[in-house]
Design a protein around this ligand. Structure first.
Ligand SMILES: [Zn+2]
Length: 45
């Protein structure tokens, strides 16, 4: 499954599809762009 930054997602870890950096959401919130490369697509861990 694919997750886009700017969309609301449940808490958990999301892995950047471009560079592999993990982003953690600590609560239901807007998924930010990747902090490392700015990419906008993520996989769930
Ligand atoms: Zn990235």
């Amino acid at each position: 499954m694919e997750y886009l930054s700017g969309s609301k997602q449940n808490k958990g870890f999301y892995k950047c599809k471009n560079c592999g950096t993990f982003v953690e959401l600590k609560e239901y919130n807007t998924l930010p762009p990747c902090p490392t490369c700015g990419f906008n697509k993520f996989d769930n861990k």
